[in-house]
Design a protein around this ligand. Structure first.
Ligand code: XMP
Length: 525
């Protein structure tokens, strides 16, 4: 398995919280390597994995209910510092002789935190993790149950209206509970609470940096592939596969062959950009120019789902043909850009159950390649940071999301060479104007869509025109699951419209998409 050799670990025991990943991310932002593990992971396993502290996450259970998820009770006397958050705090209280149960009413959203009498005089050594918080700080809550009575040895630190025991600690055993969510960005001082626990209490060195990760990952790839082994990397042009290939090339040099299937559906200049960036990093790339094959396979196909299926199937076939050749030349490994959220979603910390063929979409096992997944412990923003560390250009590292089927799902109706050419130019104009206006950082995606089957009448000079409409699509979003339409300034829209109709032959009208997601989707198909 590739990944860091060994790090001081923050174990996040996950009781099914919607914020489990967020806890790990926050810790990593503080330079502490965190992994999400099943809640009942025993103390011996935790120690073997290098755990220096434990966070118990929130979750939907009720601590005293039958079937509620539990921890290894030895944890509390193990000497490891433990911070329980929400259900984790209720679990801890219930396990140690206190009482947790339903409050009069739940608290969801902001709540005002009031220090317990005398708590402001307590230092970190007395258990006061809230030492940096102002009285009246707004914290984020999401609970029905709450802690009703503290176990022996615990002192109360703060309360809110719905949670009289909103924070508490046993400074001797270094056990801490907070009913609120310090990992959520809306909690004032949440980061400070996490930092106090991780740095002051647990004593993490905070040495989880991308430079250290890169070094360790390179060593791990070498160890897995061996002195003489050869590997293949699948390169799509996206951030994850580019970073995985760059990392593997650093480890293996020319024992790595990256295969870049150019389906001809990328944006203007993108394929060359990827080739240039890989070349600059010394990655050996076999570019398979399959544009003609894809166009032929898509001929006359207007249905979006059929387009997607055709592209997906052909992509795997073309990759496989090339991979087979490289494998016959002696490659035994396949490098994939699987990320941590994919690993976690397939079972908290049970790394054996990962979706192995996630990224190449069903590569047959008879290729007999062993997987190398150097990014399987990283979140997306960490992958971008790693890309920068490895020297990938910003244009690739900070790329907006781009669908696998590429421009094919941004052309309504059948895909043609002419349509692709028009859309590439139109997309370039939209991107240039939005970036020139400084709007890119506030947007999740911005691009052009070509309504190829539609025509509109126009006049240029003394001539009648009959061109295609281009739709400007720009959205703000956190994660692509929901999206708001961008509020593009009128002058930017005006410039885009003028340039599209003047510069891009074949464009007759310019439309602006006002649809949010839901009910629309971000892409048109
Ligand atoms: P929708 O259009 O469903 O898209 O709102 C949500 C996000 O996913 C991207 N997207 C894809 N990404 N393969 C991908 O890798 C695909 O087939 C695909 N379809 C949509 C889309 O760009 C947006 O970021």
């Amino acid at each position: 398995m590739s990944g860091p050799v060994r790090h001081e670990l923050l174990a996040v025991l996950d009781f099914g919280s919607q914020y489990g990943q967020l806890i790990a991310r926050r810790a990593r932002e503080l330079g502490v390597y965190a992994e999400i593990l099943p809640p009942d992971t025993d103390v011996e396993t935790l120690r073997r994995r290098g755990a220096r502290a434990v966070i118990l996450s929130g979750g939907p259970d009720s601590a005293h209910a039958q079937g509620a998820r539990t921890v290894d009770l030895a944890l509390y006397d193990s000497g490891l510092p433990v911070l329980g958050i929400c259900y984790g705090a209720q679990r801890m209280a219930a396990d140690l002789g206190g009482v947790s149960g339903p409050g009069e009413e739940g608290e969801f959203g902001p709540a005002v935190l009031t220090p317990a009498p005398g708590a402001r005089d307590l230092g970190i050594g007395d258990g006061n993790l809230l030492i940096d918080l102002e009285p009246g700080a707004t914290v984020w809550m999401s609970h029905s149950d709450r802690v009703e009575a503290l176990p022996p040895g615990f002192v109360p630190l703060a309360s809110t209206r719905g949670a009289p025991l909103a924070a508490f600690a046993d400074p001797v055993r270094r056990l801490y509970g907070v009913q609120f969510h310090p990992e959520v960005g809306h909690t004032q001082g949440g980061r400070a609470v996490m930092a106090r626990f991780l740095h002051d209490v647990a004593g993490f060195a905070g040495d989880w940096t991308m430079a250290a990760f890169a070094q360790e990952a390179v060593a791990a790839i070498r160890a897995q592939v061996g002195e003489r082994g050869r590997a293949i990397a699948a390169l799509s042009g996206g951030v994850d596969s580019s970073v995985a290939a760059a990392l593997a090339a650093r480890a293996l040099g020319d024992r790595l062959t990256a295969i870049f299937v150019d389906h001809g559906l990328l944006r203007l200049g993108e394929a060359d950009e990827v080739m240039a960036a890989m070349g600059a990093l010394g990655v050996r790339v076999r570019r398979v120019d399959a544009a003609e094959r894809f166009l032929a396979a898509l001929e006359g196909v207007g249905d979006p789902e059929r387009k997607r299926r055709i592209i997906g199937t052909l992509f795997v076939r073309v990759f496989e043909e090339e991979a087979r050749r490289v494998a016959e030349e002696g490659a035994g490994f396949l490098v994939q850009g699987t990320l941590y959220p994919d690993v976690v979603e397939s079972g908290a910390g049970r790394s054996q159950t990962i979706k192995t063929h996630h990224n190449v979409g069903g590569l047959p096992e008879d290729l007999g390649l062993e997987l190398v997944e150097p990014l399987r412990l990283l979140f997306k923003d960490e992958v971008r940071a790693l890309g920068r560390e490895l020297g990938l250009p910003e244009a690739i590292v900070s790329r907006q999301p781009f669908p696998g089927p590429g421009l094919a799902v941004r052309i309504a109706g059948p895909v043609t060479a002419q349509g692709l050419e028009i859309l590439r130019q139109a997309d370039r104009v939209v991107r240039e104007e939005i970036e020139a206006a400084g709007l890119a950082p506030s947007l999740f995606q911005y691009f052009a869509v070509l309504l190829a089957p539609v025509r509109a009448v126009g006049v240029m000079g003394d001539n009648r025109t009959y061109g295609m409409p281009v739709v400007v699509r720009a959205v703000a979003s956190e994660d692509g699951m929901t999206a708001d339409r961008a509020r593009l300034p009128d002058d930017v829209l005006g410039r885009i419209a003028t340039r599209l109709t003047n510069e891009v032959a074949g464009v007759g009208r310019v439309l602006y998409d006002l649809t949010t997601k839901p009910p629309g989707t971000i892409e048109w198909e």
